[in-house]
Design a binder for this molecule. Structure first.
Ligand code: NAX
Length: 328
């Protein structure tokens, strides 16, 4: 068998962490032949809770789980990391301005970027889940100059999966028949779920829907505001579905996307589709041989163009804001 892969998870004692760690330990992150060593990072006050989760992981007797280490120091936690899931972040609290939020997260993602730069393995792959995910990824990346920039990604897979599910429901189709849907832009309310290139059972999904009113007034806002809908219903934010999406993101990055389909990942822009270079923005991507590539050559209609630009502009503003704060 293979040598264990080191997977660092931050925010390990949080609710996404709780759902995520068991999936990783069972082999769903990297596949059934890859043993994993978990390296958990928490703030000192939450280390005890992370230790509790580690006891339960032990009680899972997972054959692929080769070890668990718990840290409250980023340098140690990222040492030798092959995969890093950056889940812990500073949530927006009442009365908090955007600049305060970005600053607080800069205090988390700057040292974590530095720690990744200092000690992660050469093949490190980073997924930022903690919000504001795209800009947190940008901050971490800018403090890891020795790591190839494209190894820093942010999560829009939950949005992607939500959109696939809503479209399948509308078309009365199994989710497995929906392909080539795209989330563009920021993981925020401005994100744009695009069905114009999507397929249902091989046919164009937008044509199958043939209802622009539903698209503009129901589908797009429903996907963008699904997080709030979950909070309203559950009394807590999405956790297991977010963990599931993080698993999907890394699994596809490492093991490839299925033939004839693509997925959505927020990745550093190379200028494709008019997205300013360097912004970590969501694109349609295919993954192969452990690498992702932005799908090229899609025609962007007017309906899509305005919405992509609006979300990308928001990302550009966030980048300006963190620049001003000296965080990148
Ligand atoms: P929780 O508050 O349950 O857990 C967060 C954990 O992070 C806590 O245990 C906290 O102690 C820890 N933490 C804080 N600062 C840390 C640091 N510097 N180093 C290590 N750990 C640290 O939040 P949870 O519900 O698990 O959500 C985590 C993050 O995911 C939030 O920022 C949330 O907004 C974000 N989400 C992102 C989604 C996405 O699609 N990209 C969807 C789900 C989720 O809302």
């Amino acid at each position: 068998t293979q040598a264990p892969v080191n997977v660092t998870v931050t925010g390990a004692a949080g609710q996404i962490g709780y759902a995520l760690l068991f999936r990783i330990a069972s082999g769903q992150l990297l596949g059934p032949d890859t043993p994993v060593k978990l390296r958990l990072l928490e703030i000192p006050q939450a280390v005890k809770a992370a230790e509790g989760t580690a006891l339960e992981l032990e009680d899972g007797a997972f054959p692929l789980l080769a070890g668990i280490d718990i840290f409250d120091d980023a340098k140690q936690a990222f040492a030798g990391a092959n995969v890093a899931l950056l889940v812990g972040a500073r949530p927006r609290t009442k009365g908090m301005e955007r600049a305060d939020l970005l600053e607080a997260n800069g205090g988390i993602f700057k040292p974590q970027g530095e720690a990744i730069n200092a000690g992660a393995a050469d093949d490190i792959r980073v997924l930022v889940v903690g919000n504001p995910a795209n800009t947190n990824a940008l901050i971490a990346q800018s403090h890891a100059p020795d790591v190839p920039a494209e190894r820093f990604t942010a999560m829009t897979r939950l949005d992607h999966n939500r959109a696939v599910a809503q479209l399948a429901k509308k078309l009365n189709a199994p989710v497995g028949e929906i392909k080539k849907l795209t989330i563009w832009g920021n993981h925020s309310a401005s994100q744009y779920p695009d069905i114009f290139h999507a397929e249902v059972a091989g046919k164009n999904a937008a044509e199958a829907v043939n209802d622009e009113k539903w698209l503009a007034e129901e589908f797009i806002p429903r996907v963008a505001k699904r997080g709030a809908e979950i909070i309203e219903a559950r009394g807590a934010s999405s956790a297991a579905s977010a963990a599931n999406a993080a698993i999907d993101h890394i699994y596809n990055w490492v093991n490839g996307t299925p033939e004839g389909d693509w997925t959505s990942m927020a990745v550093p822009s190379d200028g494709s589709y008019g997205v300013p270079e360097g912004l970590i923005s969501s694109f349609p991507v295919v993954c192969k041989d452990g690498k992702y590539e932005i799908v090229q050559g899609l025609e962007i209609n007017e309906f899509s163009r305005g919405r992509i630009d609006a979300s990308v502009n928001e990302l550009a503003e966030e980048r300006e804001a963190v620049k001003k704060l000296g965080l990148i």
